[in-house]
Ligand binder design. Structure first.
Ligand SMILES: *[C@@H]1O[C@H](CO)[C@@H](O)[C@H](O)[C@H]1NC(C)=O
Ligand SMILES: *[C@@H]1O[C@H](CO)[C@@H](O)[C@H](O)[C@H]1NC(C)=O
Ligand SMILES: *[C@@H]1O[C@H](CO)[C@@H](O)[C@H](O)[C@H]1NC(C)=O
Ligand SMILES: *[C@@H]1O[C@H](CO)[C@@H](O)[C@H](O)[C@H]1NC(C)=O
Ligand SMILES: *[C@@H]1O[C@H](CO)[C@@H](O)[C@H](O)[C@H]1NC(C)=O
Length: 502
């Protein structure tokens, strides 16, 4: 009763509060409704279009849902009370030192004995709570409620705050209208405060990052995720991109076939993410550790093969923003759909309210390290190798005006490296999508990697060398192989580079 009353009071202040609590409606970009949702419009729809008691309801088994905000029926939506299925367990991600994002999916259950979809105009309400207790029986550190609906594929993303740095937490969602109906319990943690001395991070125990890339559903079971979650002590799971693949495939040998078609529309991307997240190892890994995919979650295949800022190999638009691919979708629309579905399904934040595609950002994990995540793929990348232009890209690969990140991100990257050194962090770990080192495979180079942007690579090395920034590790995904290289900038590099420029 007290909770309902409180809701009524707060609701008076903001009728869309419970929609806004679900960050999925606001991501990735609140200011552009092609990339977010107009929550006042959804709230108005909920109030106007649900069936209210206008006819006799005996027996009382039709869709007469309870209103949610108590006395103020002027803006009170009905909520779904027919049961929730937490179809994809729980996940968490993008940890700060005092907050973390919690994720679930709350699908209304069809009325028993039917497969009919429940009334789609009714919001589904979930509650969440977080505690240091593995059974959530101890003190609840933060809790709240949020709505979801078909507009966001019934996904839920809330921010739990007021947490202690470098601390493990447990969390759970439940059905507001039936609190005993609960999701699995998830495990997550915050990152250390930036000033925590290096030897005190993770209570003085080694800090372990589990790093992934290139996970293709039909190509194999995701037991690498399961191994990291079950058999290692990794505190944070970092994904460097190609979390899904847009292409079709039939892994006949293991009996896994991708559903749908080559991804182009919002339905396609949602369906693919949904299917990937049925893999038991992936579900377990999301349930048991916070993921940092914010800045590296995108490589090409989250949109389409060999993507750059204005096209992909598939849509074959090398100079203009919008040409049509084999799938029939304009590249721009395809990218919007991919980005939106990704933000629905992944526990990632909107980084900058004024920069809609920005996912590059930095995590200061005490004085031990800076985890700097870049977008070398989608954000502002100049033309890449889209197969028919390989020879051409080869002739421009050395141009100093070619950029993988765009000017703004490159400046931010260099500043972040310098700041990391200045604040005394021991390590700099850079998470990004594509292979940084030069890989000379019998005279040919992967021009879709940093080898296609050589002057940009030298700018990075120059910045590290001229500012005496030590202990920098650059991680990469994309290449389906395990390479380890010493990134020393030798005088030979300089010589080769200068010869090529000449
Ligand atoms: C809940 O969702 C799971 C996964 O989609 C499904 O297997 C199960 O049958 C659903 N349960 C109900 C009661 O709808
Ligand atoms: C990993 O953990 C699982 C679950 O605890 C266990 O069954 C398995 O044997 C472990 N594998 C290895 C290689 O340690
Ligand atoms: C893509 O466009 C280029 C340049 O117009 C053309 O040469 C090439 O054949 C096209 N490729 C495909 C697959 O349509
Ligand atoms: C980039 O630099 C190359 C080589 O200096 C030059 O030929 C080309 O015109 C430049 N492109 C742009 C867009 O400035
Ligand atoms: C790449 O390797 C080939 C031999 O396979 C060699 O001829 C060439 O000089 C190398 N290129 C660079 C830039 O090191």
């Amino acid at each position: 009763m007290r909770i309902l009353l409180l809701s009524a009071l707060v609701a008076h202040a903001s009728a869309t509060r419970l929609l806004d609590n679900n960050l999925v409606y606001r991501s990735p970009f609140l200011k552009d409704i092609s990339l977010a949702h107009d929550t006042p419009a959804i709230q108005a729809r909920h109030i106007q279009h649900v069936r209210r008691q206008m006819s006799d309801a005996a027996p009382f088994d039709d869709q007469h849902y309870p209103t949610f905000y108590g006395a103020d029926f002027g803006n009170s939506p009905f909520i779904w009370t027919g049961g929730i299925n937490f179809t994809h367990s729980v996940a968490s991600g993008d940890p700060f030192d005092t907050s973390v994002l919690l994720w679930t999916r709350a699908v209304p259950v069809s009325p028993s004995g039917t497969t009919q979809l429940p009334d789609q105009s009714v919001p589904v309400c979930v509650a969440y709570k977080i505690s240091t207790s593995p059974t959530l029986e101890g003190r609840i550190v933060d809790s709240g409620q949020a709505f979801t609906s078909y507009d966001v594929d019934f996904t839920v993303k809330v921010e739990a705050s007021g947490l202690k740095p470098d601390t493990e937490y447990h969390f759970q969602f439940s059905d507001c209208s039936s609190p005993s109906s609960v999701s699995p319990i998830g495990k997550t943690r915050t990152i250390p405060n930036p000033n925590t001395p290096a030897n005190q991070v993770n209570n003085g125990h080694p800090l372990t990052l589990a790093v992934f890339s290139c996970s293709q559903f039909q190509a194999g079971w995701f037991n690498a995720y399961g191994f990291a979650a079950h058999n290692t002590s990794a505190q944070f799971f970092v994904h460097l991109g190609d979390y899904i693949y847009e292409s079709l495939g039939n892994g006949a040998a293991i009996g896994r076939q991708t559903l749908g078609r080559e991804l182009a529309t919002i339905h396609d991307y949602r369906q693919r993410l949904n299917q990937y997240r049925t893999d038991a190892s992936l579900v377990f890994a999301h349930q048991n550790a916070p993921w940092i995919t914010v800045c590296a979650g995108f490589d090409d295949h989250e949109v389409a093969d060999n993507a750059w800022k204005a096209g992909t190999a598939d849509s074959n638009d090398t100079t203009v923003g919008c040409s049509f691919s084999a799938s029939g979708a304009c590249f721009t629309d395809r990218k919007l759909a991919a980005v939106r579905a990704y933000h629905e399904w992944m526990p990632i934040r909107q980084v900058d309210a004024d920069d809609k595609f920005r996912i590059w950002r930095n995590f200061q994990m005490g004085k031990l390290l800076d985890l700097t995540m870049l977008d070398t793929r989608q954000y502002d990348r100049d033309l890449t190798d889209v197969y028919y232009n390989t020879e051409f890209v080869n002739t421009i690969a050395d141009f100093s005006n070619r950029s993988l990140m765009g000017t703004a991100q490159e400046k931010w990257f260099f500043d972040t490296l310098s700041e990391s050194r200045a604040r005394g962090a021991v390590w700099r770990v850079v998470g990004q999508q594509i292979v940084f080192t030069q890989l000379n495979e019998s005279g040919s180079f992967d021009l879709d990697a940093w080898d296609g942007y050589r002057a940009n690579r030298l700018r990075v090395l120059d910045h590290l060398y001229s500012n005496s920034i030590q202990n920098t590790v650059i991680l990469a995904g994309d290449s389906h192989a395990n390479w380890v290289s010493d990134l020393a900038r030798t005088s030979l590099d300089t010589a080769i580079y200068q010869v090529k420029l000449n």
